[in-house]
Structure formats: structure tokens, C-alpha cells
Design a protein around this ligand. Structure first.
Ligand code: ADP
Length: 257
């Protein structure tokens, strides 16, 4: 169960972290990092102690999402001290890398990821969100095998290609016994200025993922230019509240099962 899993995160890095939640996608560009930043901001705005770990070595996005251009990561007793940002704690490979591209081979990548997962001094947190790199390969497996996750939130868009990919992602998490807390359908519809109608441009709401895999879609997020803006002045709204409520409910279900 999730509770047993939690007890296994007894490294100095994670032992005071109550819930570790991965935000994953099978494909890039579907809004995974945006959803991770939304969740972190939403939970922090509710008074939870929140951390956000960006594990995308090749395209770290946390610095851009929160408009952080200068960050000095300190080290203490061989532990990395996360950045304190408006009551949240952030760590990103981007902070260590600056603007230079990561050029690494597989084994190095695994090593860096493991370091990020086990040597960051998070301290006491209610929720640590892990922004996973897109895909279902080695890095994702390293993450799911190095630490115990409460579960994963899968982000997808409506297009069928992306849904096929998300099915693959769900199967990967099943294989490593990580529960899917829910699917977030991003860019599901748009609302035009004049009519307030929700236009489902990629097709109406569907339930095939829940039918096929028993996973719940916990939010439909519209395409909205406001969502492409940095998160440094986060304000909640009904959709983000709904997303936050659903995730808390799902985590509760997992802990009690
Ligand atoms: P991923 O992490 O899956 O690669 P990102 O979160 O970086 O995707 O999002 C890809 C791009 O789409 C970014 O420019 C982001 O600002 C934009 N974006 C994400 N979600 C939305 C949305 N709901 N409405 C408008 N733009 C969005």
C-alpha cells in the first residue's frame, strides 16, 4: 500500500516527506510541466508544504515556468539545499546546468537522476511533486525504482495519438506497481470570448481510459493563453481548485486502501 511505500523512503532526503507524486506523460509538449507547476502552486496556496523536483535533464522547465533566472544551489553535508521560492522548495537540474545543454550518455543520466532523488535536503514536506521527463524509458524506471512514489498523475492531450501513448505510460507504471492517481486531459477544449461555450476541438469527453484501465480522469483543462504564462503570480481558479480537490481525494483513497 501507499503507506508501506512511504516507509521505504527513509533516506535523509525524503524521510520527512509525506507524499511523493510523479507528474508524468508519455509524450513531450502535452503540458506535463505546466500541470506540475499548477499542482505545486495550487497546493502551496492551500497552505501545504510543497516541493517541486524537475527531473528533466534534457529540457528542464522549472526555471522558465517560475521565471527564475538566477539560482544558487548550496550544498551542506553532501546534500543539495533546494531553492526556497514563495514558500515552496524547488530543485531542478536546470539550476545546476544554467543555460548549457545536457550532453550525456545513459549511465550518466541515471547517476544524475539518482543524485537528484536521494541527495536533496527537502526537510518536512506535505507533498513533493516530481516533474518526470516525458516517455516510458530508462529514466522513468530509474525514478520509480529509486524512490517510493505514492502514485503518478498522467498528463495527456485529447488527440488519439497521445492517448495511445498514455496507455503505454499507464502500463509502464502498472509494471512497476505505481498506482495511477488520475489522468489530466490538458488542452481539452477552449472557451471563446463571446459565447462562453466549451468547444471540445479534439472530440467530446471520452471515458475510454477509465473503461480500459480503470483510471479516472481527474481534470479537463482548457487551452488558455493564461496557462502559458509564468507562475510567479499564481492565482487559483475553479479548474485548478477542482484538480487539487480531486488529487487530494485520490491520494486519500490510496492511503486508506
Ligand atoms: P511538457 O512538460 O509536456 O513538455 P509544457 O508544460 O512545457 O509541456 O507545455 C508545452 C507548452 O504548452 C508550453 O509553452 C506551455 O506554456 C503550453 N501550455 C501547456 N498547457 C497549456 C494550456 N492548457 N493552455 C495553453 N498553453 C498551454
Amino acid at each position: 500500500t501507499a503507506r508501506q511505500n512511504r516507509n521505504a523512503n527513509d533516506s535523509d532526503s525524503l524521510k520527512q516527506v509525506k507524499h511523493v507524486i510523479a507528474v508524468a506523460s508519455a509524450k513531450g509538449g502535452v503540458g506535463k510541466s505546466t500541470v506540475a507547476a499548477t499542482l505545486a502552486s495550487e497546493f502551496a496556496s492551500r497552505g501545504f508544504k510543497v516541493g517541486l523536483l524537475d527531473t528533466d535533464l534534457f529540457g528542464p522547465s522549472l526555471p522558465t515556468l517560475f521565471n527564475i533566472h538566477e539560482s544558487q544551489i548550496m550544498q551542506r553535508n553532501n546534500m543539495l539545499i533546494p531553492m526556497d521560492y514563495k514558500g515552496m522548495k524547488f530543485m531542478s537540474f536546470g539550476f545546476l546546468l544554467g543555460d548549457s545543454p545536457a550532453i550525456m550518455r545513459g549511465p550518466m543520466v541515471s547517476g544524475y537522476i539518482q543524485q537528484l532523488l536521494t541527495t536533496v535536503e527537502w526537510g518536512e514536506l506535505d507533498y513533493l511533486f516530481i516533474d518526470m521527463p516525458p516517455g516510458t524509458g530508462d529514466i522513468q524506471l530509474t525514478i520509480s525504482q529509486t524512490i517510493k512514489l505514492d502514485g503518478a498523475v498522467m498528463v495527456t492531450t485529447r488527440s488519439s495519438l497521445s492517448l495511445v501513448d498514455v496507455a503505454r505510460g499507464i502500463l509502464m507504471f502498472e509494471k512497476v506497481q505505481i498506482p495511477i492517481l488520475g489522468v489530466v486531459e490538458n488542452m481539452a477544449y477552449f472557451v471563446c470570448d463571446n459565447c462562453d461555450k466549451e468547444h471540445y476541438i479534439f472530440g467530446e469527453k471520452r471515458s475510454d481510459l477509465s473503461e480500459r484501465f480503470g483510471v479516472e480522469t481527474i481534470a479537463h483543462i482548457p487551452i488558455d493563453s493564461g496557462r502559458a504564462k509564468p507562475f510567479d503570480n499564481y492565482e487559483t481558479n475553479d479548474i485548478n481548485k477542482g484538480l487539487g480537490d480531486s488529487l487530494i481525494r485520490q491520494v486519500g483513497k490510496m492511503s486508506s486502501s
